[in-house]
Design a protein around this ligand. Structure first.
Ligand code: ARG
Length: 582
């Protein structure tokens, strides 16, 4: 095992059991990077409270049992600080071998899980004939990063794009389509003018009673399965689908047409959902609507809040569809885990849906269904991110602007790049910057969209990491013969800066697995930023191509190469490309 924290944990468990009894073996050894040594264990603090002894005494008792040959192979020096911290200095030989192992591992130290799970990830989910907005942008970026990461770890990921492709607005959308003519409608929709189309339909619906009546009639025809109406509906879906696909391609998002499983997919199940809820006595009629009242949900007057599954006009709604989706994801897709990457305002909706699905027996206790919520994107004025005119920002325009701005930044940084490469790099930097800005802040919080900050070459940004990666690659362009066949080279660890870099490199696998559990991509960003910083420290203190011996040149080249690979892999898991030169 390459990660020293993972390698040392069993030793601490054994020592805890030997010194304090088997019941303490499971206690977290609380091993962390330290600035006094390589690692520290804070295990003595909580234990001291439990056994009512001084932390220092507890630490010493523990250390007395940390003496197996396997332990001393990993750890060169153990010190107990007066306050009870246990400081550990790792053996340079062990560190070197551990890094060699990771360098030879195509997975860079990311272990495969003991049991591979089927994970459904519900993300992006824009609405047909409506523009994707920045809320969908967050879902798309975060969901895609989680999908890439969990897939890489070794789980079976099923992407589900739960698009809004059904409901009463389709009545007016189809009537509008008929008014302007199919050809004209397709022309408007194919250029991505979804907002305008929707708005025109909406305006007529609000101002023209005859149009409104026709629209309502059209909804009835659609629900009744009228052939022509369905064909017109499909036309609208196809146009939007193509438009979404373009947006995903431009953003470098892995969602494919086959991942679309929209609301309409569940129509055939809705009656059964409602019937079962009624049979199980979970649903009651309130004001004509069929409702479930999950306990613990009340409005501000303390009255129970309903989850409405069928409206008083007989139409099924969003909640009914989501209940059918849970049933499908468990029953047909066999999900062990499902992640719903949807904005924070829908928190209550999902809590109520999951509660109802559990009660109804559709969601077994063994299945872990979670709402992976996120905050809003704010403009510089700290209000919802909008255009100057107050409209919501189109995702496609955002990608265009990002690429344009990145081109200016890249051109300034490196005017000698040829035009084709520069265009390519600008795309990777622009899209990368937007994604990284989103992923690097704690997802549950709001964040401020700031072009200058996200495109800066300093700080925790995509361009900084991409540049760090490209700079390392440029060392290899200069290394020529010295870098031949590094596979045979052995890493030796002498300088503190080398040691610090090695520790960072060895942590990659643990970090990736941690994010698979906690679903916090910002921790991968923080890690990569720390790795890039450790690399600059190393590069400043330790000459690479001019190192004193050929062995040391090769050892340091291995560290350079591995750093570049970890940076590129980490960015790839976030959905960000790393150009070889910038
Ligand atoms: N289409 C919805 C929206 O734009 C999001 C759907 C999220 N997924 C779900 N299973 N409800 O708000």
């Amino acid at each position: 095992m390459a990660d020293p924290i993972a390698a040392l944990s069993p030793h601490f468990s054994r020592a805890l059991a030997a010194a304090f009894g088997a019941e303490h073996a499971g206690q977290d050894p609380m091993l962390r990077p330290s600035n006094r040594a390589d690692l520290q264990s804070n295990a003595a603090m909580p234990l001291a409270k439990k056994v009512k002894r001084a932390p220092r005494e507890v630490a010493e008792a523990l250390v007395a049992h940390l003496d197996s040959p396997d332990f001393t192979r990993i750890v060169e020096r153990v010190e107990v600080a007066p306050n009870g911290f246990i400081n550990l200095t790792l053996s340079p030989a062990w560190l070197g071998t551990a890094v060699d192992e990771v360098a030879a591992d195509a997975r860079l130290g990311v272990a495969t899980p003991a049991r591979s799970q089927t994970v459904v990830i519900d993300y992006s989910a824009p609405n047909v004939a409506k523009e994707m907005h920045v809320g969908h942008l967050r879902s798309t970026i975060i969901g895609d990063a989680l999908a890439r990461l969990l897939e890489h770890v070794g789980h079976r990921v099923i992407r589900q794009n739960h698009i809004g492709d059904w409901g009463t607005p389709f009545g007016m959308l189809i009537e509008h389509l008929l008014d302007v003519g199919e050809k004209e409608a397709v022309a408007e929709l194919s250029v991505g003018d979804l907002n305008a189309f929707y708005k025109q339909a909406r305006d007529k619906f609000d101002s023209d009673p005859a149009f409104e009546a026709r629209s309502r009639q059209r909804v009835v025809l659609l629900q009744g399965g009228d052939k022509d109406t369905l064909a017109q509906w499909r036309l609208l879906i196809d146009q939007s689908r193509q438009y979404f696909a373009t947006a995903y391609r431009r953003l470098g998002v892995t969602l494919q047409d086959g991942d679309i499983c929209g609301e309409s997919f569940y129509n055939r199940d809705l009656q059964a959902v409602v019937d079962e809820l009624q049979q199980k006595g979970l649903a009651t009629v309130s004001d004509g609507a069929l409702c479930v009242f999950p306990p613990g949900f009340t409005n501000k007057d303390g009255e129970p809040l309903p989850l409405i599954v069928r409206k008083s006009d007989g139409g099924f709604n969003y909640a009914a569809t989501d209940l059918a989706a849970v049933r499908h994801r468990v029953g047909t897709l066999h999900a062990d885990r499902a992640l719903y990457v949807v904005g924070a305002p829908q928190r209550q909706h999902f809590a109520m849906v999951f509660w109802t699905a559990r009660e109804a027996g559709w969601l077994p206790a063994s299945a872990d269904f979670q709402h992976v919520q996120f905050g809003s994107v704010l403009g510089p004025d700290k209000k919802m991110f909008k255009t100057r005119a107050g409209d919501s920002i189109r995702l496609i325009d955002l990608v265009d602007e990002a690429t344009e701005r990145a081109l200016a930044v890249v051109t300034e940084k490196n005017p000698t790049l040829d035009e084709a490469t520069r265009g390519d790099v600008a795309r990777m930097v622009g899209v990368g910057a937007v994604k990284y800005a989103d992923l690097s802040s704690d997802r549950v919080k709001d964040y401020v969209f700031d072009w200058d900050q996200m495109l800066a070459f300093e700080g925790n940004t995509a361009p900084y990491l991409q540049y760090a990666h490209a700079r390392i690659r440029s060392i290899f362009r200069r290394a020529e013969g010295q870098a031949a066949d590094l596979g045979a080279a052995r890493v030796s660890v002498a300088e503190p800066a080398e040691r610090a870099l090695c520790l960072e490199l060895l942590a990659f696998g643990t970090v990736v697995h941690g994010i698979g559990d906690t679903l916090q991509p910002h921790k991968l960003c923080t890690y990569l930023y720390g790795l890039a910083a450790a690399f600059s420290g190393f590069y400043e203190k330790c000459p690479v191509l001019k190192a004193p011996t050929p062995e040391l040149v090769r050892s340091r080249l291995v560290l350079c190469d591995l750093t570049a690979r970890v940076l590129a892999r980490g960015l790839e898991l976030l959905g960000i490309e790393a150009p070889a030169q910038m």
